[in-house]
Design a protein around this ligand. Sequence first.
Ligand code: PXP
Length: 250
Amino acid sequence: MSKYLGKLRLGVNIDHVATVRNARGSAYPDPTRAALLAEKAGADGITAHLREDRRHISDGDIDALMEKLTVPLNFEMAATDEMQAIALRHKPHAVCIVPEKREELTTEGGLEVARQENKLAGFIAPLKDAGCRVSLFIASDMAQVEAAARIGADIVELHAGPYCDMFHEGELDASNNELEKLREMSAFGHSLGLEVHAGHGFTYETVMPVAAFLEVMELNIGHFLIGEAIFRGLTPAIKEMRRLMEEART
Ligand code: PXP
């Protein structure tokens, strides 16, 4: 199969605008306002994770995003009946299934697809029937990529967290090469006909090597951009990320 040479999309995750809002129980800052600004700044899509405990994004945020966005919404959610019902009500462009543990600070690992193929196949079928693109957030692991393809996922989002963490801890060497795993699994996923995305933990320092993989079509980035917005504003923060992504691609 030929390599995809198209534009690399940036999905901006606005969860942590809601985290700041919820820290004071106020109505601001409004994540939908941030999403609309991100659209103008060049985001190709918006990602929001409605967690079971509603610690950041709320049900009302999803209503507002669905109503106001002009770019696609990538709705992140756990594989629960409650979330499936919400997704089926809204029918967002994409649904990204992530593992979720109540006590975690953020999504810690990838989804275990290989050991629950039948369950997940049944879970995603109605979402696909409703017209949602189904993405599975998985570790860069061959068994998980194969299982995702077998159950009919449209997309795999590869967990970039281990690579980003190792980069920032200065541990990214040949013997422990998380970047290489991302490269190999991007190519492998693409060869199986999956659309390949990557996300979690990207910064200006870590984004370029992954953006350079031609099989990767979308990067989903949140925490760093929202943090960087404190210093330079959301629009310049996003524009700089886009610039680095495009530079890596060329
Ligand atoms: N992709 C997925 C599946 C995620 O769960 C997250 C975090 O919510 C992200 C991307 C964005 O990660 P970060 O906020 O670290 O950029």
